[in-house]
Design a protein around this ligand. Structure first.
Ligand code: HEC
Ligand code: HEC
Length: 157
């Protein structure tokens, strides 16, 4: 049966709207294999969209002193990893990402779990005892609760 043009337009519009909604709920998975490997060696490689550029500069500029661990890398790799984070930071686009909410131009938190947006999303929804669950251990253990966090999908529960 032939589709009338108006039906095609209506279908196209529905698809466009639903893609826009989905895009808003997802964070682009890490697309650089060096970043994925080096920054995913000890924990999940966090998506750069979750901190501002200034935070990444501080974190990646001080890898030998990284949350009590030595995560240092050769200068070439550091430059590559820093560029990827800068290009994809929460404040990199003309429209700031959700993680900029409550932060100003000078804020540079060292943890995603310390940003006002993250804290608000979790304080409202996660009971205090959930953080003490032995399967979770740390707030930074995103994948304990968000099974598809590596794919940038945090909208699963
Ligand atoms: C040698 C192991 C190791 C490597 C490699 C490593 N990290 Fe980490 N990272 C840690 C530890 C340990 C923590 C603290 C985790 C916790 O609090 O549960 C951490 C925490 C973090 C946090 C804060 C998470 C939060 O919101 O609480 C960020 C951001 C981070 N790392 C980014 C990176 C980046 C970017 C790279 C790649 C350049 C990297 N890490 C490589 C060990 C590592
Ligand atoms: C103890 C379980 C737990 C841990 C650990 C956890 N989260 Fe969550 N997170 C939740 C729950 C529950 C919600 C609210 C329900 C929802 O929207 O999925 C949530 C919501 C979110 C949202 C908002 C999702 C939306 O609806 O748009 C984001 C983004 C997010 N978490 C990111 C993270 C990141 C990044 C980490 C690791 C640094 C993390 N979470 C660690 C349980 C957790």
């Amino acid at each position: 049966m032939p589709l009338y043009p108006v039906t095609i337009i209506a279908v196209a519009m529905v698809l466009m709207v639903s893609t826009a909604v989905r895009a808003d709920e997802r964070y682009t998975p890490i697309q650089d294999s060096v970043v994925a490997e080096e920054c995913g060696a000890c924990h999940m490689a966090f998506q750069p969209q979750m901190l501002p550029e200034k935070s990444w500069q501080k974190i990646i500029g001080d890898l030998s002193n990284h949350f009590g661990e030595d995560a240092s890398l050769d200068p070439e790799t550091v430059t590559r990893i820093e560029k990827y984070h800068r290009d994809n930071a929460a404040d990199s686009g003309w429209l700031s990402g959700k993680f900029m909410r409550g932060l100003n131009k000078t804020s540079a938190p060292l943890r995603i779990t310390a940003t006002p947006y993250w804290v608000r999303e979790h304080n409202e929804e996660v009971p205090e005892r959930a953080w003490r669950d032995p399967k979770v251990k740390s707030k930074a253990n995103c994948t304990a609760c968000h099974r598809r966090a590596n794919q940038g999908d945090y909208d699963d529960d």
